[in-house]
Design a protein around this ligand. Structure first.
Ligand code: NAD
Ligand code: USQ
Length: 394
């Protein structure tokens, strides 16, 4: 049996991944310091769906499947001894690393939030890599990175999977070809922390031979996977608030409670998307196909579709009759951008994408409408400004 350690396994992507891998026969151990649940307390809001405490989740899974998911509560960045001992004892074949602060608006709220995001995310990644070196184990690290490290502007050429071919001119005028990490252009402190993670992976891979797959994931939408829908106690979280709610899930929930869809600016921003069901499959595919010993960091773009925000709003409006409101953009970002992305690596490994067409209506009715009464409308507006006193153009 393959042993997988899941850092951040109580979160939106982590919990369904833990269930999916357990169902697939892996021995799963979660480490999570429950910081995301504490941030809900700080922001005075909670998941639209009634998520259970982690031990109740694991107990329900054991009842339903007969399988055990272990859990340890500590900070993977700060409790280095705990992490090292867990890795040395559990001897995982793979470690899936989700344990970071993942909201761009939260990371831009104040100096406290900027500093927390950088120190939490970089400490988590560095401690993990240092512990693997110290434990002297050959472990494959699968990290959840973001499409946002590339920035969203393109030169017209598709964004490649992590590496860019460049041609340099040598001293004698000869042409030299190299592949470099695609230049980063993060749009928030959160995205910047992910850009810095890339350097940590590159360094530990080159210096210590650690095998790493970095999945540059787009915006995840949807809520349920096969396993989370088996029992209400296994339900996944659904964030809708102005800091953690991501755009498409927000629109679906807003439509369900007849709140005008909150389009930032003209809605000309184009972004990459993936359904949560595909996220868990991609992680399994990544674990099953590690880079070879001595290979460089393997980077795959984990996204299945790109969409313009105003087109998404129009689509949700057509399906549900929701009104659309163009709001001043609280972020500093291009009002209009094209986005062309290469994503052949995961498709070649066997990913069959769930498209918006397949899952959208089901999501509105099964989740957003069903739990609409749990929504606190005062938590919907995005109040985190990228610049003090800034209000972007409509
Ligand atoms: P989440 O906040 O729901 O889950 C992260 C989990 O990690 C939480 O349970 C949190 O308590 C835990 N955690 C955070 N810091 C920790 C620490 N220092 N020690 C132990 N546990 C810690 O986020 P998510 O949506 O599940 O995202 C998971 C990963 O995927 C993130 O790294 C994020 O950057 C990446 N990602 C998410 C999306 C998305 O749309 N949700 C898209 C692209 C990439
Ligand atoms: N937006 C709106 N209205 C809203 C919310 C957002 O128009 O109500 C716009 C934003 O201005 C932005 C776009 O929608 O242009 C996406 O915003 P988002 O909050 O859905 O996504 P983002 O901040 O990019 O972050 C999310 C996850 C993050 C992940 C990233 C992947 O929270 O963890 O890394 O998606 S990606 O966008 O591909 O970089």
């Amino acid at each position: 049996m393959v042993r997988v350690l899941i850092l951040g396994g109580d979160g939106f992507c982590g919990w369904p991944t833990a269930l999916h891998l357990s169902a697939a026969g892996c021995e799963v151990l979660i480490i999570d310091n429950l910081s995301r649940r504490n941030i809900d307390n700080e922001l005075e809001c909670s998941s639209l769906t009634p998520i259970q405490p982690i031990t109740a989740r694991a107990k329900a899974w054991k009842e339903i499947s007969g399988k055990v998911i272990g859990f340890a509560n500590f900070d993977v960045g700060l409790d280095y001894r705990g992490l090292l001992e867990t890795i040395a004892e559990f001897k995982p074949h793979g470690i899936v690393h989700f344990a970071e602060q993942r909201s761009a608006p939260y990371s831009m709220k104040s100096a406290f939030h900027k500093r927390y995001t950088v120190s939490n995310n970089l400490n988590a990644t560095n401690s993990l890599l240092a512990a693997i070196v110290e434990a002297r184990l050959d472990v494959h690290v699968v990290h959840l990175g973001t499409m946002g490290v590339y920035g969203y502007g393109t030169s017209g050429a598709p964004i490649p999977e992590g590496y860019l071919k460049v041609r340099l001119q040598g001293e004698q005028g000869e042409s030299i070809e190299r592949e470099i990490l695609y230049p980063t252009r993060p749009g928030s402190v959160y995205h910047m922390s992910k850009a810095q993670d890339q350097l940590l992976f590159e360094f530990y891979n080159r210096n210590d031979g650690i095998r790493v797959t970095d999945l540059h994931q787009g915006i995840v939408w949807g809520t349920q996977t096969r396993e989370t829908s088996m029992d209400e106690r296994l339900i996944n979280r659904f964030d809708y608030d102005g800091d953690y709610g991501t755009v498409l899930n927000r629109f679906l929930m807003q439509a369900a409670i007849e709140y005008p869809l909150t389009v930032h600016g003209s809605g000309g921003q184009t972004r990459a998307f993936i359904h949560i069901r595909d996220t868990v499959r991609c992680i399994e595919l990544a674990l099953r196909n590690p880079p070879g010993l001595g290979d460089r960091v393997k980077i795959m773009n984990q996204m299945t579709e790109t969409h313009r925000i105003r087109d998404l709003a129009a689509l949700v409006s057509r399906l549900t009759g929701a009104l659309i409101e163009n709001l001043p953009n609280p972020r500093v970002e291009a009002d209009e951008n094209e986005l062309i992305v290469e994503n052949a690596a995961l498709i070649d490994l066997g990913l069959q994408p769930t498209t918006l067409r397949d899952g959208l209506l089901e999501e509105v009715t099964d989740v957003a409408v069903r739990y609409a009464s749990r929504c606190d409308r005062t938590k919907i507006p995005c109040t985190s400004l990228w610049r003090r006193g800034q209000l972007g153009p409509v």
